[in-house]
Ligand binder design. Structure first.
Ligand SMILES: *[C@@H]1O[C@H](CO)[C@@H](O)[C@H](O)[C@H]1NC(C)=O
Length: 121
């Protein structure tokens, strides 16, 4: 299951150039529209940051260049606790460990961890 009881590791495999969803739904389920969450790759690259409606696709600065214009969230699903993101046109260099933290909801570490493997076709 995805991210139940605090923390779990999910492995996701996608072909190069494919679109891929990195799942994250913190438990217990709650409305995330006014929450803050932050997706990072390998603990250092900023992938997607959301803070009560402000994010990288509507003016917030700081996203790692590798991910600009390739990452989106699912705004209509935030209400039901879904903080998943999609990476479009996956590159081999996107392979790595993705974590999503909720510093206010779950301050003691990442809530979700996805090991992403992007394969060449
Ligand atoms: C979260 O949203 C994504 C995109 O719509 C969907 O693929 C995924 O199944 C959803 N996760 C849950 C737990 O509903």
């Amino acid at each position: 299951m995805l991210c139940l009881s605090g923390f779990s590791v999910v492995r996701v495999v996608v072909k190069e150039d494919g679109d891929v969803i990195l799942p994250c739904s913190p438990w217990p389920e709650r409305d995330l529209e006014n929450q803050l969450f932050d997706w990072k790759k390998d603990s250092r690259q900023e992938v997607f940051f959301y803070d009560a409606g402000a994010h990288y696709n509507n003016g917030r600065m700081g996203q790692d260049r590798q991910f600009i214009q390739r990452v989106s969230h699912f705004p209509e699903q935030l209400k039901t606790g879904n903080a998943s993101i999609m990476i479009r046109a996956a590159e081999v260099a996107d392979s790595g460990v993705y974590t999503c933290v909720f510093p206010h909801l779950q301050p003691n570490g990442p809530t979700c961890r996805i090991d992403l493997i992007v394969g060449e076709c």
